[in-house]
Design a binder for this molecule. Sequence first.
Ligand code: NAI
Ligand code: 15L
Length: 267
Amino acid sequence: KHFKRVLITGAAGALGKVLRAGLADIAETLRLTDRMELGSAAANEELQVCDLADLESVLAATKDVEAIVHLGGVARENTFNNILNSNIVGSYNVYEAARKNGVKRIIFASSNHAIGFYDRTETIDSNVMHRPDSLYGLSKAFGEDLARYYFDKFGIESVCIRIGSCFPEPMDRRMLATWQSYDDFVQMVSKSLIAARVGFTVIYGMSDNCESFWDNTKASVIGYRPKDTADVFREKMFAATPTPDPFAPAIVYHGGGFAADGHFEDQ
Ligand code: NAI
Ligand code: 15L
């Protein structure tokens, strides 16, 4: 085992469930937190109900852990208030609690929506400026800056994974470019945890897709080699979906529908 105890936030969610199984062998104990029900604990697990917006709870959840995989938060566009509490305050609490409890490394589930307003004709690496396509994307840009700040000031290392579309299969034509398989995601998170030195690193959570508009050479820092590709779904997807208008905003931008949708107002 590489660690004594690793914490996963957002462990009741879709990717949380994937990592609950996929990271079971990486640590003697996986501590799992969420504000939702987490089921019953296996022998290698500790469960804690925790609202990320509550610093006291986050301090308790991060005590005696060596590394954190921070998945918790609102995972798509929502009201600013919800994004503020779960993603902005929540991520701040995770980093601040990590500092207070001496946690050395955090893997942050960022999102392609932090750069969602780039045009598909532009292939970008992770040095480009943020170009958030939503309030949600803005909160992920904040999370990446938080990671940068806590590395520069306190030496807490982070790998920020700008996850594309991590689902069992691509669900639309855009995901032929943005898809990451569950196995590749588990590999990426495991290697991000184990790599000797990562400093502050931003990489794209994607499989080996021929259509991709992201240059993921930085993922060599952790030795990531995707084993899967969305390419095997291309024929099926083309047959199942009509040819889209290449000038429609949902097609033009990396962030797809998130970039095309209107602004999310509270009322
Ligand atoms: P999900 O919605 O299934 O899981 C998120 C979990 O966070 C939920 O279980 C929810 O209860 C928990 N959560 C939300 N607010 C909380 C709070 N204030 N306190 C405690 N727990 C809270 O989403 P999914 O797909 O598992 O995504 C996980 C992470 O990866 C999210 O941060 C998401 O933004 C990010 N991501 C996921 C992508 C994907 O393709 N699945 C793509 C890009 C980013
Ligand atoms: C995300 O950030 C969302 O969490 C996920 O549900 C997908 O919409 C994904 O991006 C995507 O861009 O496909």
